[in-house]
Design a protein around this ligand. Structure first.
Ligand SMILES: [Zn+2]
Length: 96
């Protein structure tokens, strides 16, 4: 994981999985604003296999019961070429 001086990156660097508290999460960057702000990306928990989308610069770190399945599936479809296959086809709480 890259370290930066940006506030968003500092936040992303300290996030743990809301389900099992695993830390650190694997960060993937899809699109950036400027040099450093991640607009689209994903955080992946290697312990439980959950993915947490970063959409419009905001990491969505919700427990399964509060997640929006339709939004998550749309996210997987949009970024399926960049996401690891195990996330696209086997990620939790749902996959394609
Ligand atoms: Zn986890």
């Amino acid at each position: 994981m890259k370290r930066g001086t940006d506030v968003q990156r500092k936040l992303l660097d300290i996030l743990a999985c809301p389900i099992d508290k695993h830390y650190p999460l694997n960060l993937m960057e899809f699109t950036l604003r400027g040099a450093d702000v991640i607009v689209d990306g994903v955080l992946i928990c290697s312990k439980c296999g959950r993915y947490f989308p970063i959409m419009d610069e905001i990491p969505v770190m919700l427990p399964d019961g509060l997640r929006n399945r339709k939004e998550d599936i749309g996210f997987l479809e949009k970024w399926s070429a960049k996401l690891p296959a195990q996330v696209v086809h086997g990620g939790k709480p749902w996959s394609l």
